[in-house]
Design a protein around this ligand. Structure first.
Ligand SMILES: Nc1ncnc2c1ncn2[C@@H]1O[C@H](COP(=O)(O)OP(=O)(O)OP(=O)(O)O)[C@@H](O)[C@H]1O
Ligand SMILES: O=C(O)c1ccc[n+]([C@@H]2O[C@H](COP(=O)([O-])O)[C@@H](O)[C@H]2O)c1
Length: 195
C-alpha cells in the first residue's frame, strides 16, 4: 500500500513549538503515515533577509523532530531552482518517490493567499490539501478554496507563535525558551543566532 506523506513546507527560521504541534497533530489525528518538514531555501513571496543558512535551519528541524518517528526533516528543495515554487517541488517528489502518495499541509492563513501561488489551480486539482485552523485577521473573509473537494479540514490546536516574534525577542534579549524545543534553543544560543 502507498505511504501517505503530508508535506509541511516552511522557511522554519527558526522552527518553533507551533510548527511542531501542528506537524505532530497532523500525523496523529489524520490518515497521514508521515509528515515531512520541508525546509524551503527561498519562499517566492518572502524577502531573503534575516534568513539563517539552509543547513542551520535544517539542523534546527532535525533537533526539533528527534524522537518523533513519523516526522521527517527534508532538504529536498536545497537542490532545486530558487525561489522555490511548490508546484515544481511536487513534480520532483512524485518522480523520485513514485510509491508514495503526497498531500500538502497548510494553515488557513496560507489558504487565503493560495491564489498567489504559481499554478495553484494545478496544485489543487492534483493534490489533497490538509488545512488546519489559524486565527483569521478578518473573520468574515470567505475563502473560495475551502469548499474544494481536495481541501480537507483537520481540527488542530491553535498556537499563535511566529518565527518573526521569536527572532525579535531574541534580539531584544528576552527569554523565549518555552517557545522552542530545548535542543533548538541550545543550538540557537550556542551559535548566537538572531542576536
Ligand atoms: N504558530 C503556528 N501555528 C500553526 N502554523 C504555523 C504557525 N506558525 C507558522 N505556521 C505555518 O507553518 C508553515 C511554516 O511557517 P514559517 O516557517 O513561515 O513560520 P512563521 O512562524 O510563520 O515564520 P515568519 O514569522 O518568519 O514568517 C507556514 O505554512 C505557516 O503558515
Ligand atoms: O509556489 C508558490 O508560488 C509559493 C508561494 C508562496 C509560498 N510557497 C511555499 O509555501 C511554504 C510556506 O512558506 P513560509 O515561508 O510561509 O513558511 C514554502 O515552502 C514556500 O516556498 C510557495
Amino acid at each position: 500500500m502507498k505511504k501517505k506523506i503530508g508535506l509541511y513546507f516552511g522557511t522554519f527560521n527558526p522552527i518553533h513549538v507551533g510548527h511542531l504541534a501542528i506537524a505532530n497533530h497532523m500525523v496523529e489525528f489524520s490518515d497521514l503515515d508521515e509528515v515531512w518538514l520541508v525546509v524551503t531555501p527561498h519562499n517566492p513571496l518572502k524577502k531573503k533577509s534575516t534568513l539563517l543558512d539552509n543547513h542551520h535551519r535544517l539542523e534546527l528541524v532535525y533537533r526539533a523532530t528527534e524522537g518523533y518517528d513519523k516526522l521527517k526533516p527534508s532538504d529536498i528543495e536545497f537542490g532545486l531552482p530558487q525561489p522555490n515554487y511548490t508546484v515544481n517541488t511536487l513534480v520532483y517528489l512524485k518522480e523520485k518517490y513514485p510509491d508514495n502518495y503526497f498531500a500538502l499541509i497548510m494553515g488557513e492563513d496560507n489558504l487565503l493567499n493560495f491564489h498567489k501561488w504559481k499554478n495553484h489551480d494545478i496544485i489543487l486539482a492534483e493534490n489533497d490539501i490538509y488545512v488546519y485552523p489559524r486565527v483569521k485577521k478578518n473573520e468574515n473573509t470567505q475563502n473560495s478554496f475551502e469548499a474544494h473537494p481536495n481541501v480537507k479540514k483537520v481540527e488542530a490546536p491553535i498556537m499563535e507563535i511566529s518565527s518573526t516574534f521569536i527572532r525579535k525577542a531574541i534580539a531584544a534579549q528576552k527569554n523565549i525558551k518555552p517557545l522552542l524545543n530545548n535542543k533548538v534553543w541550545e543550538y540557537i544560543d550556542l551559535m548566537n543566532f538572531y542576536k
